[in-house]
Design a protein around this ligand. Structure first.
Ligand SMILES: NC(=O)c1ccc[n+]([C@@H]2O[C@H](COP(=O)([O-])OP(=O)(O)OC[C@H]3O[C@@H](n4cnc5c(N)ncnc54)[C@H](O)[C@@H]3O)[C@@H](O)[C@H]2O)c1
Length: 331
């Protein structure tokens, strides 16, 4: 009997690529979709897909998730999909001040379209979707717990991610659709995103340019290595929530490293790996940004067994080595 493939949305993206890769390496069949938009270098997205296409079990389809017609065609041509890892979204806090519509289209309309497809799938098993630590907004209580109030987003990006969680809850309640929302905390690693700190810093140091360092470097982040994130995503995928009396089969989980690292320590590690000193451009805090993030993962560990393992001392060199190799940088 043919087992239904896992659908990964945003497969050309950083986390979608690694999710697909891990599933393929474990012998699963994966259909990966993405609209290959140009928010950042499209060649990087295409190269990730090329890596995935080395596996027989992988099929890539270019799809716009907010387009109902394209999604219905995908489901009838390649589905039905009973397990979906939904990672396609317009990411980035700062860009949401510049292009708000992209966030509503991809993160709100796109999320509802994915939910509608899942709800009309007989025997649907589990939808795991990406939320974000940004939902904690200006909360001052650390570490951030999934039981904290998150109704005061400080960026449109965060507001769309929180909306996804609320919309998902309504679908779980109404249609018994099992779902897990993953609140990712600053993910980094090989094949990472060019708009994120590690990439920007590494590139600037390699090119001898000044590093833009916001909040004058007084930032702490729960940097989480990509392999740990994928452990969490797949552990969650294998343990769908079940209805418990009136409680809908739906949950949100923090997926972080549980260690808040100083941004400056992170920069020192990149310098060490490149053997080059960084020149810092100390800037004020950006609107919508958060000075410190730190995840409480107790519930995630209890429900899925998730435990992050990689320290920044192991993870940063892995990223820098990938960067040097991919961009053919001589140091
Ligand atoms: N990387 C992080 O640190 C981080 C932190 C918190 C949350 N997240 C969330 O995790 C998910 C994956 O993030 P990522 O870092 O891999 O980002 P990414 O930008 O690398 O990947 C997202 C992919 O989705 C695709 N996409 C966007 N809109 C689409 C649409 N309308 N239709 C089809 N495809 C579309 C993009 O082309 C991209 O390849 C996102 O939902 C993001 O918001 C990421």
């Amino acid at each position: 009997m043919r087992t239904s493939p896992v659908l990964v949305t945003g497969a050309a993206g950083f986390i979608g690529f690694h999710t697909s890769l891990r599933l393929l390496k474990s012998g699963k069949t994966v259909v990966g979709i993405d609209n290959l938009n140009d928010y950042y270098d499209v060649n990087l997205k295409k190269d990730r897909i090329k890596e995935l296409e080395k596996f027989d079990g992988f099929t890539f389809v270019k799809v716009e998730i907010s387009d109902k017609g394209q999604m219905e065609k995908l489901w009838s041509d390649y589905g039905p999909f009973k397990r979906v890892v939904h990672l396609a979204a317009q990411a980035g806090v700062r860009y949401s001040l510049e292009n708000p519509y992209a966030y509503i289209t991809s993160n709100c309309m796109g999320h509802v379209t994915v939910l509608e497809m899942c709800r009309h799938t007989e025997g649907f098993e589990h939808l795991v979707y990406a939320s974000s630590s940004s939902v904690y907004g200006g909360n001052e209580k650390l570490p951030y717990s999934v039981n904290d109030n998150v109704d005061h987003p400080i960026s449109l990006y965060a507001a769309t991610k929180r909306s996804d969680e609320l919309i998902s809850h309504s679908y779980a309640h109404l249609y018994d659709l099992p779902q897990t929302g993953m609140r990712f905390f600053t993910v980094y690693g090989p094949w990472g995103r060019p708009d994120m700190a590690l990439f920007i810093f590494t590139k600037a140091i390699c090119e001898g340019r000044k590093l833009p360092v916001f909040n004058h470097g007084k930032m702490k982040r729960d940097f989480t290595y990509i392999d740990d994130i994928i452990d969490g995503v797949l552990a969650a995928l294998d343990t769908p929530p079940v209805r418990d009396g009136k409680k809908a089969p739906c949950r949100v989980l923090n997926i972080g490293n549980t260690r808040s690292e100083n941004l400056m320590d992170f920069i020192r590690l990149i310098e060490g790996e490149l053997g080059k000193k960084a020149e810092l451009d100390l800037l004020p805090m950006q609107p919508g940004d958060i000075a410190e993030t730190f995840a409480d993962i107790e519930e995630t560990t209890r429900l899925t067994g998730f435990q992050p393992r990689t320290t920044i001392h192991e993870g940063v060199p892995k990223f820098v080595n990938w960067y040097k190799d991919y961009y053919k940088v001589e140091t």
